[in-house]
Write a protein that binds this ligand. Structure first.
Ligand SMILES: NC(=O)c1ccc[n+]([C@@H]2O[C@H](COP(=O)([O-])OP(=O)(O)OC[C@H]3O[C@@H](n4cnc5c(N)ncnc54)[C@H](OP(=O)(O)O)[C@@H]3O)[C@@H](O)[C@H]2O)c1
Length: 369
């Protein structure tokens, strides 16, 4: 194995008050040999190949009580990712060259989940190399028809969020009307497709004409609305009328508008509120009284609560990926050093589909082993 003298990792430099700024993160050069010295008997030494960029990462920068502790100043920025085992401790059983994920993962062939272990999150993240306890990484075998980066998307956190949010929280039934915001993103574009496959009428909301065309032409929604175009709400009222399930990825004004469009017994799936993630104090809702009149429900959820059922989602979604009925799009950013400037794309709408960073080419990594 050829070894660099130093490698790059990116740490949290200062907590952003509003938008992520250039000084929010800073790169550090670290001696490769010093990291390798930390390799214990039960550890693996991983070269990171891909990283997932997620809206939740903005929340992890906030020093508040949440479902995960905040990333601390000076710590490597937390992220889920994929990597290849390039060295291992004496007691490690994983082979050199094994593809692994540092957060959630599974051996697809066996369709079982090994574990979701948050401890591993503290060791991987925005770095080219990491030493991880073997028990905190999950080996991945990529079946035919699946790409490695699908494990960061439709058969990873985004996919599980779409699947359980729609099925369990939304309780979508055939013939119902489903509305999805953030529809051209990783979670949203899968929710739209699952909604169609469950026999619903599906209407998408997204932030550009191109995204709306993609949603209609490729993803197969019944209609898509560009919320940045003035008067879109009138078009929505004419074409959609009222809705049974609103899968909300964005919160804010779009959620407030959808609150006025509820049918009786409607369900609002509070998946995310990206419009509020950069503000210290989110804007309040005006139209929530319709929840009473319509006997409607609004429910938040966190995907990790469905951990023991991930295999069910993997089975359904991987089948769709393999037979081509589920479409996906990746927005790929090349190079770890680009991660800090790429993360804000999620907030400006610069991505269509799943935003990922290619840190190293898996073929190059394996060729050097
Ligand atoms: N509850 C959970 O367990 C869970 C798990 C994973 C993700 N999530 C949530 O799911 C949502 C989608 O995540 P993702 O990974 O799939 O991201 P994504 O949709 O791929 O990317 C974010 C998209 O949000 C849209 N957006 C940004 N600012 C907006 C604003 N002010 N108003 C309306 N739309 C805005 C942008 O698209 P446009 O061009 O359309 O504006 C952007 O492309 C996020 O809110 C995330 O926090 C929740």
């Amino acid at each position: 194995m050829s070894q660099p003298i130093n490698f790059t990792r990116i740490v949290l430099n200062s907590r952003p008050v509003g938008d992520i700024e250039p000084q929010t993160f800073r790169p550090e050069q670290v001696s490769f040999a010093s990291l390798k010295q930390k390799l214990g008997d039960n550890d693996v030494f991983v070269q990171v190949t891909w990283l997932s960029l997620d809206p939740a990462m903005r929340g992890w920068l906030r020093d508040v009580r949440s479902y995960l502790p905040p990333v601390q100043i000076g710590e490597v920025m937390r992220a889920s990712g994929l990597g290849i085992v390039i060295a291992k401790g004496k007691k490690s059983k994983l082979p050199i060259g094994q593809l692994v994920t540092g957060t959630v993962g599974m051996t697809l062939s066996a369709l079982f989940l090994i574990s979701t272990n948050f401890e591993s999150l503290y060791h991987s993240g925005w770095t080219e190399y990491a030493v991880l306890p073997e028990k905190h990484v999950t080996p991945i075998n990529v079946p035919k028809g699946i790409q490695d980066i699908d494990f960061l998307n439709n058969i990873g956190m985004a996919g599980f969020t779409a699947y359980f949010g729609l099925k369990d929280v939304g309780n979508l039934r055939p013939g119902e009307t489903l509305v999805v915001s953030g529809a051209a993103g990783a979670v949203g574009s899968l929710v739209c497709q699952l909604g169609k496959s469950m026999g619903a009428k599906v209407y998408a909301i997204a932030g550009s004409k191109d995204k709306c065309s993609w949603l209609v032409d490729e993803i197969g929604v019944d209609a898509a609305f560009n919320y940045k175009q003035k008067g879109w709400e009138e078009d929505f009222k004419k074409q959609v009328g009222y809705l049974d399930v609103y899968f909300d990825n964005v919160g804010g004004d779009i959620l407030d508008f959808c609150l006025t469009r509820l049918k009786k017994d409607a369900r609002i799936v509070l998946c995310g509120a990206i419009s509020a993630y950069n503000s210290a104090k989110p804007k309040g809702l005006q139209n929530y009284l319709t929840l009473i009149a319509m006997r409607a429900k609004i429910q938040g959820f966190i995907v990790f609560d469905y951990e023991n059922r991930y295999p069910e989602a993997v089975q359904v979604i991987s089948k769709g990926l393999i037979d081509g009925s589920i479409k996906r799009k990746f927005h790929i950013v090349e190079g770890l050093e680009k991660a800090p400037e790429a993360l804000p794309l999620l907030f400006s709408g610069g991505n269509t589909g799943k935003l990922v960073v290619k840190v190293a080419d898996p073929k190059d990594v394996r060729a050097k082993l």
